[in-house]
Design a protein around this ligand. Structure first.
Ligand code: SF4
Length: 423
């Protein structure tokens, strides 16, 4: 300040400083690996490590003449109205060019040879090197190589997590089965209230407790409607206790009680049975692949033993007897434990009922829905054995073709990975 003033008061010095600082152009703060894209006016007065000025075309530098319509030429010249005469245009172009080529130690300037309007020319104020030399490439050109990706590596660890769903996926589409090896994190899609898995677990938990208290058909018959209702109320409240109280939980409480009441009413209509196992954990070994499996329930009935699996969601058509077993858990249990039949107990808003297959139809509850394309029980058991073992061997060998069976892609999450094209 001493260069400007001999003597200055603190107040004036501060005012002068504020004034000067407001006129200084500060470079915008940028990220650690900054590339700033600016217009030529914004870049004026700034300095960069490197700069590339694009679009130095003849229509940009120098700018065209633009005489104001209602201002006489001498007045426009006197007041230095931009682009109003050639001297001003020349001075302006020289100033802009000087700013642009001083943006960095090394500045690259380029122009476009054409745009949507047609051919374009470079600015006459610069000489451009018309020869374009291709950038030196460090990569070597190699021939494209085709890799067969339908076969992965052999599996080494034969104790698998993911349960029987691995075999289910392998049979539905070999690639879908192979993906189980990749340990892909499953994202829990946001939902309101309880999700399907939690709803299913609650029903399983309540039924397990009911059949630990009531183990025979005769005992169930002795329960009046009121007693059953009270039991269901207590067990449902207990099962939902860990979840924070909300309107959704109140609705779920009523829904579960109603569903289970309907199911137990159906159970009462069955012939005599005795529940001999609930939620039993077993280890299954299918052609060398070891899984832990959990049986929902095993009933002794007159003349045999039936395994039940509770299903709270929808069931596919023909779950057991197609070339690909769509629901392999019951066939695996049937092969693992000596039983005479298998059945899904379907407990959902759409349906309360049974779907089953047995050595003798009379072993299953009344009105059990039959499978159309199944063989006789013993023959079906050996078909299951063959198909499950083949799926297990395919999984272990790393078979991974993108070859879905009908409907396999409908709820599959891996379409981005397998790159299948849907018509
Ligand atoms: S989307 Fe279809 S083809 Fe792709 S992995 Fe899933 S089931 Fe297989």
């Amino acid at each position: 300040m001493a260069q400007i003033h001999k003597k200055v008061s603190a107040k004036n010095a501060l005012a002068d400083l504020k004034n000067w600082l407001s006129e200084v152009i500060f470079q915008a703060q940028s990220a650690k690996t900054p590339i700033q894209i600016l217009g030529s006016l914004e870049a004026e007065g700034l300095y960069f490590d490197h700069a590339w000025v694009l679009g130095i075309n003849a229509d940009f530098l120098p700018a065209g003449l633009n005489s104001p319509r209602f201002i006489p030429a001498n007045i426009a010249a006197e007041h230095q109205i931009p682009h109003s005469n050639f001297e001003l245009i020349n001075a302006d172009a020289a100033h802009t060019l000087s700013n642009l080529i001083n943006l960095a130690d090394e500045v690259i300037c380029s122009y476009s040879k054409s745009d949507l309007q047609g051919e374009k020319h470079p600015s006459p104020l610069l000489e451009f090197d018309e020869k374009i030399s291709p950038p030196a490439s460090k990569q070597q050109v190699v021939e494209l190589e085709n890799i067969a990706d339908e076969q992965g590596l052999r599996l080494e660890n034969h104790q698998v997590s993911g349960g029987v769903n691995i075999l289910k996926d392998q049979m539905a589409c070999a690639f879908k089965g192979f993906v189980q090896r990749l340990n892909i994190t499953n994202f829990d899609t946001p939902h309101i209230g309880l999700n399907r898995l939690q709803q299913g677990e609650i029903i399983h938990q309540i039924l397990e407790q009911i059949y630990q208290q009531i183990s025979t058909h005769a005992e169930l018959q002795n329960y009046s409607e009121n007693q059953l209702d009270n039991l269901l109320k207590t067990l449902t409240e207990q099962a939902l206790k860990p979840y924070p109280h909300s309107g959704f939980i109140t609705i779920e409480l009523a829904r579960v009680r109603q569903l289970l009441h309907q199911f137990l009413t159906l159970e009462k209509r069955r012939e005599g049975f005795e529940v001999v196992e609930t939620e039993q954990v077993l280890e299954a070994n299918i052609a060398g692949l070891r899984f832990n499996i959990r049986l929902d329930r095993v009933d002794n009935v007159a003349g045999g033993r039936i395994i039940f699996d509770y299903k709270t969601g929808t069931l596919p058509s023909n779950p057991w007897c197609g070339a690909a077993i769509k629901e392999p858990q019951l066939p695996i249990y049937a092969l693992k434990t000596a039983v005479d039949g298998v059945a899904f107990a379907q407990i959902s808003a759409q349906k309360i009922g049974y779907i089953g297959l047995a050595k003798d139809q009379d072993l299953l509850p009344n009105k059990t829905k039959q499978q159309q394309s199944c063989e006789a029980w013993d023959e079906q058991l050996s078909l299951w054995q063959q198909r499950l073992e083949q799926a297990s061997l395919d999984y272990q060998s790393g078979r991974a073709e993108v070859l879905p069976t009908k409907g396999a892609c409908v709820f599959c999450k891996y379409s981005a990975l397998c790159r299948i094209e849907f018509a």
